[in-house]
Design a protein around this ligand. Structure first.
Ligand code: HEC
Length: 114
């Protein structure tokens, strides 16, 4: 949530704020926050990220069913498809993403070797 006095929601509101005349809007969501460090992806391979996402010790204690719900329904995740002014949305839709995750889980949720 950021340092005391500099909490995310000091500047990030309930919804995106996209005033005229600025290049980038200020993202907003009622639960706006950053993922904890154990969820970081930087410098990790696809296989490592995949194993990390499935590991309840590093994914916020989520079961596969909860992961699917998080990706398919969580509106903070959904922000990625509506990121506001100046940002490129994630490809497709959150609904399509949810269907892909569900299909991956149904097929055994295998991870790439590297
Ligand atoms: C002092 C005000 C302020 C605080 C505190 C703040 N932000 Fe922001 N943030 C902004 C503004 C303004 C923008 C939009 C301008 C920009 O993207 O450069 C922004 C943009 C962002 C973006 C989009 C960046 C991009 O490249 O598009 C993310 C993600 C973000 N903030 C996350 C956070 C998180 C998580 C926290 C708390 C840990 C936080 N911010 C705290 C002001 C703040």
């Amino acid at each position: 949530m950021g340092a005391i006095g500099m909490r995310c929601n000091t500047c990030h509101g309930q919804a995106n704020f996209d005033p005229a005349g600025v290049r980038y809007g200020v993202p907003g969501h009622p639960q706006w926050h950053i993922a904890p460090i154990e969820m970081a992806w930087l410098g990790r391979t696809l296989g490592e990220i995949c194993e990390q996402i499935k590991d309840p010790r590093r994914n916020g204690g989520k079961t596969m069913q909860e992961l699917i719900h998080h990706m398919a329904e969580d509106t903070l995740v959904g922000w990625g498809w509506a990121p506001g002014k100046g940002r490129e949305p994630a490809p497709g839709t959150q609904k399509e993403f949810g269907a892909l995750i569900q299909a991956w889980a149904d097929a055994g949720a295998a991870c790439p070797k590297s």
